[in-house]
Design a protein around this ligand. Structure first.
Ligand code: NAD
Ligand code: MG
Length: 393
């Protein structure tokens, strides 16, 4: 019997963080919670600490840390704050597994710290790979970290590829990246102009955090995922085809030269890819019910519409251009989505802000992590200006 694996969960209070804890709790003989992090939900993090008794808990700032320390009075959990502390719990020598489930660019530095320290990195935070794909993959290669995709599509592709990579010697021809199409799949352009944040976050099949829900509605999520797939599996954008599949039962597919298409299927519940990442190369019960094909009854497929969903087009174009463009796209999208959520801009302004920002910032090569962080920061400033301009319409 092995001693339990020590796990750090970055973004423990989020949708992926809570699903991870749900799986971990079912296998307390195999996993022990070493550290948890949260940004603003201090009360929720306190409750998780009471339940899982981690060695460390990390929050955003000193005031939150003080509040958490007070709430955890009598517990041995050490409370830390700030982004260096996130990197600390992600790379601590006692840690075996890091669940990277912070949303957005804020995940980049702690995820890189985990990769550099050679951990088993369960990657939910796709934004970090979109921003820094080359540096991230090189870091993983150099340290011997084990990078396992948690994004359901990439987890599916990983399961359908012979060696977890796009190796043409094994007859792999194409990745078929499925997309639900989101809540607005059948909306006209006219209707899309007036959709609300509440409509956008109501995803038909998946229950997720707000930002990824809006990204799913705009198809930016699929654009980010296409870039994520190219880095993870070492393939080019034209070897990945986006397929809209509204039932979200096939989580993605791989097509081979002999005409075979291998799909990974299951109920849309993130505990399946999380359990796969935790147990790989073994399998673990995740709490997800097995798929009832009679209930599913039908599987449908459509081509994505780049006119109604231009975010997908901008993401593909940014990856084709390369350099800092994907980091600019990502940062700009984060600003635009948060402005949409706070009702400052309309849904169809999201692609406008992203496109405007990409056009305004001169592209250049990525020569270091600093160039990515600078691009991220510049894109945020430029996007905010774009939004002010839209405000004055
Ligand atoms: P969420 O909004 O539910 O949770 C985000 C977590 O990150 C929270 O714990 C929050 O406290 C923390 N956080 C937010 N901002 C932070 C900051 N600036 N610094 C430190 N921590 C911060 O999001 P989610 O839906 O769980 O998604 C998390 C990541 O996983 C995203 O990158 C998303 O794209 C990816 N992902 C999610 C799903 C899903 O089903 N939810 C599926 C695939 C991929
Ligand atoms: Mg996904």
């Amino acid at each position: 019997m092995h001693s339990p694996q020590q796990i750090t969960i970055l973004g423990a209070t989020g949708s992926i963080g809570l699903s991870t804890l749900d799986v971990v709790k079912r296998h307390s003989d195999r996993f022990n919670v070493f550290a948890l992090s949260a940004f603003s939900r201090v009360d929720e993090l306190a409750a998780l600490c009471q339940q899982y008794l981690p060695v460390y808990a990390v929050v955003a700032d000193e005031a939150s840390a003080r509040k958490l320390t007070h709430l955890l009075d009598g517990l041995d959990t050490q409370v830390l704050f700030g982004s260096e502390s996130l990197a600390y719990i992600a790379s601590h020598e006692s840690v075996d597994v890091v669940m990277a489930a912070i949303v957005g660019a804020a995940g980049l530095l702690p995820n890189l710290a985990a990769a550099k320290a050679g951990k088993r990195v369960l990657l939910a935070n796709k934004e970090s790979l979109v921003m820094s794909g080359q540096i991230f993959m090189e870091t993983v290669e150099q340290s011997g970290a084990v990078l396992l995709p948690i994004d359901s599509e990439h987890n599916a592709i990983f399961q359908c590829l012979p060696n977890g990579r796009f190796d043409q010697h094994t007859g792999v021809e194409k990745i078929l990246l499925t997309a639900s199409g989101g809540p607005f799949r059948q909306f006209t352009l006219d209707q899309l102009n007036s959709v609300t944040p509440a409509q956008a976050v109501a995803h038909p099949n998946w229950s997720m955090g707000q930002k990824i829900s809006v990204d799913s509605a705009s198809l930016m999520n699929k654009g980010l995922e296409l870039i994520e797939a190219c880095w993870l599996f070492h393939c080019s954008a034209d070897q990945v085809q986006v397929v809209v599949h509204p039932e979200s039962v096939i989580h993605s597919m791989v097509s081979y030269v002999d005409g075979s298409v291998i799909a990974q299927m299951g109920n849309p519940d993130m505990r399946t890819p999380i359990a796969y990442g935790l147990a790989w190369p073994e399998r673990l019960a995740s709490g997800v019910e097995s798929l009832d094909l009679f209930e599913v009854a039908q599987l449908n497929f459509e081509k994505p519409d780049l006119v109604r969903f231009p975010c997908l087009k901008h993401a593909m174009e940014s990856f084709r251009v390369g350099g800092i463009a994907p980091a600019v796209l990502n940062a700009s999208n984060e600003i635009a989505v948060s402005s949409f959520l706070s009702k400052k801009i309309a849904f169809m302004d999201i692609p406008r802000v992203v496109e405007g920002t990409l056009n305004e910032i001169e592209n250049r090569n990525v020569d270091s992590l600093d160039s990515i962080l600078e691009a991220d920061s510049l894109a945020r400033t430029v996007s905010k200006k774009q939004i002010e301009k839209l405000d004055g319409r």
